[in-house]
Design a protein around this ligand. Sequence first.
Ligand SMILES: Nc1ncnc2c1ncn2[C@@H]1O[C@H](COP(=O)(O)OP(=O)(O)OP(=O)(O)O)[C@@H](O)[C@H]1O
Ligand SMILES: [Mg+2]
Length: 350
Amino acid sequence: MSVEVKSVSHEYVEHRLKIIGYEQKYALGFVIQLLLSMLTGGFKRRRIKVLDGVDLFIDRGEFLGLIGVNGSGKTTLLKIIGGLLTPTSGDVIVNGFSMVSEEDVARRYVMYIPGALVGGAIISPFFTVRLALKKIFELYGIPVSRVDEALKIAKLESFSDRRILSLSSGLAARLMLASALFSDAEVFLFDEPVVGISAEAVQSFYDFIRDKLWRERDSTIIYATNNLNEVQRLCRRIAILHGGKIVTSGSLYDLVRGIGLKEVVEIRFYGISSLDEVKLLLDDLAEKYEVDNLGGDYYQLKIIASRAEDVLPLLIERLVRMGGRILSVKVRDISLEEVFIHYVGKGGVG
Ligand SMILES: Nc1ncnc2c1ncn2[C@@H]1O[C@H](COP(=O)(O)OP(=O)(O)OP(=O)(O)O)[C@@H](O)[C@H]1O
Ligand SMILES: [Mg+2]
């Protein structure tokens, strides 16, 4: 089942009290704000533009990894695709149905599965495990009579009367995955599903997602995460969300080819007295490089190039001519992390 995201934009509107700037977060805070605002002259509205014309086509049976820095809008986009949030503009077409104008039909095909940390988005932490499953089943049109079966599969039987808030985050995540197994959905939207889950359980989640949901059921999967290793292990295609847009998408190979830089040269040396001199070495050689001072006149240099053989001999020659002594040289393929940083910049948000 295919998913087409068509120029989706989204803006959150935040209401703040003009004078004290107190955030509208809790019920009591809201009442206090309301009273104070009546006395002092109203709210200030702040618009936060998160998505700015996202276009993305996900074909039937695809396993797409969605990456982007914190706050880039991954969760917002997934909730829009899942029909849990209406976009400010644009549309999502699932199996030919519009998530905006034919929401009731379109939503049946899609399931949003938040990880432990974002779990509260769908179910109240005060629900018992049994009630939570019942609510999730209702939401996704799964027969409620199957709740006991789900509790058994997720090994949550002995926790069925416990409140969600008293569960460990890993147990809470199992709850969502159990519901995925029972749903008739054909598109699964995972939002950092393994955050907070211990290492031994993570592997079985990967197996579950890959073997049960993807291979056996031929589902379409979008997997949002901040963990690039996970993306490399699981996903066939990667999309990077940045500045409110999908800045690139494709296999790791496509992404690497897209930036034209595919090899990394790492060289450690000493004997060159200043950082300026080290930079001089590189002047016309590379546009992408990083220099780390390892203490004293010891340096590590990392150059990202299209071909190592174009830069390495010249670099070594210059280093030696300037009196530098080489400790080690390493050439390797560019990593997804380096490709990602190329697109989103270092430490940049949104
Ligand atoms: N309900 C809301 N009201 C106002 N702003 C919001 C709301 N939800 C999210 N935002 C803001 O929208 C932006 C995108 O948030 P979103 O949760 O979609 O990002 P994300 O990519 O999922 O981040 P993370 O990697 O941290 O999960 C952030 O700046 C966030 O602060
Ligand atoms: Mg998120």
